[in-house]
Design a protein around this ligand. Structure first.
Ligand code: FMN
Length: 172
């Protein structure tokens, strides 16, 4: 049996080809609202976000990310800022906190008809350094990933990758 929320989740696929059409600023703000609706450990919300639409900076990102050389009109970069997390006990959960925000952004974008792809940055020091430099962030800021966003120029089939053998009911 299908459900609209499952249809949405199954439809989110990594899109790596985009049209030239820019993504409206208001839409980018809505994506960030979705991101900042995510759960975080002790509600610490240790995140900030860089939004890149400058073609020169997008080009620099493409050149710096060997597995992220995709022509998108916008990028959202979730940033960990250890100085703003509201609870010191939750610091070691930051990757989970930011990843929850990332997934909210990907699913929301998909529901809006936009395409996204998650490009891993942390924990690869050369990638972290390159992205930090492009957005002129100080050294204590860690970019988790780059999310390219754009209007899709490719289609992919919805799917789950459910595998029963990965599921352990009550005992492993
Ligand atoms: C932590 C993480 C890092 C990823 N890094 C890259 C990347 O560097 N380049 C890329 O093209 N896709 C990257 N992806 C996207 C995956 O390749 C993609 O999610 C996976 O192949 C499943 O396909 P789907 O997103 O269409 O379901 C990354 C995804 C995650 C979660």
């Amino acid at each position: 049996m299908s459900h609209p929320v499952l249809d949405l989740i199954f439809s989110r696929r990594s899109i790596r080809k985009y049209t030239d059409q820019p993504v409206d600023r208001e839409v980018l703000v809505e994506l960030l609202q979705a991101g900042m609706a995510a759960p975080s450990a002790m509600n610490s919300r240790p995140w900030e976000f860089a939004i890149v639409t400058d073609p020169v900076k997008l080009d620099a990102l493409r050149k710096s990310l060997p597995f992220g050389n995709y022509q998108a009109p916008a990028a959202i970069i979730p940033l960990y800022n250890p100085l703003i997390g509201s609870n010191p006990i939750s610091v070691s959960f930051w990757q989970q906190d930011l990843s929850a925000a990332v997934q909210n952004i990907l699913i929301t974008a998909s529901g809006m008809g936009l395409g996204t792809v998650w490009i891993g940055v942390h924990p690869m020091p050369p990638l972290v350094g390159a992205v930090r430099k492009i957005i002129k962030a100080p050294r204590w800021i860690t970019p988790l990933c780059v999310i390219y966003v754009g209007h899709p120029d490719q289609t992919k089939s919805p799917r789950t990758q459910y595998e029963e053998r990965r599921v352990h009911w009550d005992e492993y």
